[in-house]
Design a protein around this ligand. Structure first.
Ligand SMILES: Nc1ncnc2c1ncn2[C@@H]1O[C@H](COP(=O)(O)OP(=O)(O)OP(=O)(O)O)[C@@H](O)[C@H]1O
Length: 294
């Protein structure tokens, strides 16, 4: 029955130093400026993702999940800036790096899976062409090697007819297939760290599950560290080892999924859990019933 609580983790010691975290965000403050003044969006956020684990970043709409992810990637929207704090990839400080340095890191060091695969893919290029362009930007490979690598990663994400899909254009793909292509693209340069920002939004329930199972399998097989952004606690419960709960630009609680879901200490986490408790209990009861009837 524990399997319904956490998927891949034994209890983890969350101390980022002890875990040699792949990504460590500390006391991050981010502000947005517009013609009427400035508005702080993140008020000192700290998040650590341990090597080879999936960490959930959960919270309601507007709580700051995507801004945190964008800050890590160096992709904050125009007018939004980091005012203080630190973002480390291993030992390397990312705050203060220039556009070019961050661009060079994206791909080889970290990949991103966006909410909407349709907007992540360029509508005018075939799948193979756009994946090849990503490779050409980050790796020195010949044409043949590039094609082989593209086909390899398409197969790795469960696309058996990789050659046909490489010739297809994004509008010819179903939502699930498009998201598999986005995942394959994010893996092309062998990153160790992936950010998945609501990767199943807009997909139907069966496809959602397939995509989450695929991500979980890839995370385990490739020993990836994944930051899984979601507002859905049941995804965290099933797929993540550790979790940070965000509320109004703050992390109000973090820990192993087991700790946080069993005994949430922050009032907001308790409410979030209460809202999804029915589903959670039903799932547990269902496993109990299945076990009894087996
Ligand atoms: N470009 C921007 N300029 C100014 N404020 C922004 C900008 N983008 C986001 N915000 C604000 O920052 C806060 C955090 O937004 P963010 O998108 O990170 O939330 P979220 O938790 O990811 O929500 P969702 O689940 O809806 O994606 C919100 O108040 C939002 O309005």
């Amino acid at each position: 029955m524990e399997a319904t609580l956490t998927r891949s983790a034994a209890d983890l010691d969350l101390d980022p130093a002890a875990q040699n975290a792949v990504v460590t965000v500390r006391d991050l403050r981010v502000k947005a400026a517009n013609s009427r003044g400035t508005n702080e969006l993140l008020h000192g956020v700290s998040v650590a993702v341990a090597p080879g684990t999936m960490h959930g970043l959960v919270g309601e709409t507007g709580s700051g999940k995507s801004i945190t992810a964008a800050a890590i990637m160096g992709l904050l929207p125009k007018g939004v800036t980091v005012t203080s704090g630190s973002i480390k990839l291993g030992d390397r400080e990312l705050v203060g790096l220039g556009h070019n340095e961050l661009h060079e890191l994206r791909g080889p060091a970290f990949g991103m899976i966006f909410q909407n695969p349709r907007t992540a893919l360029h509508p005018m290029y075939s799948v193979g062409k756009q994946m090849g362009r990503v490779l050409a930007e980050h790796m020195e490979l010949g044409r043949k090697e590039r094609t082989e690598r593209v086909l390899h990663y398409l197969r790795l994400v469960g696309i058996p007819d990789a050659t046909r899909i490489a010739h297809a254009f994004p509008h010819e793909l179903s939502g699930g297939l498009a998201q598999r292509v986005v995942i394959a693209t994010s893996l092309l340069c062998d990153p160790t760290f992936l950010i998945a920002d609501e990767p199943t939004t807009g997909l139907d329930a069966t496809v959602q599950r397939q995509i989450l199972e695929l991500l979980a399998r890839l995370q385990e097989d490739l020993k990836l560290s994944v930051l899984m952004i979601t507002h859905d606690l049941s995804i965290v419960a099933q797929y993540c080892a550790t979790v940070s709960v965000m509320y109004q630009g703050n992390v109000v609680e973090d820990g192993t999924v087991r700790q946080v879901l069993r005994s949430p200490s922050a009032p907001y986490s308790r409410n979030l859990l209460k809202a999804s408790r029915l589903e959670f209990v039903t799932q547990r009861e269902r496993s109990g019933l299945t076990a009894m009837s087996a």
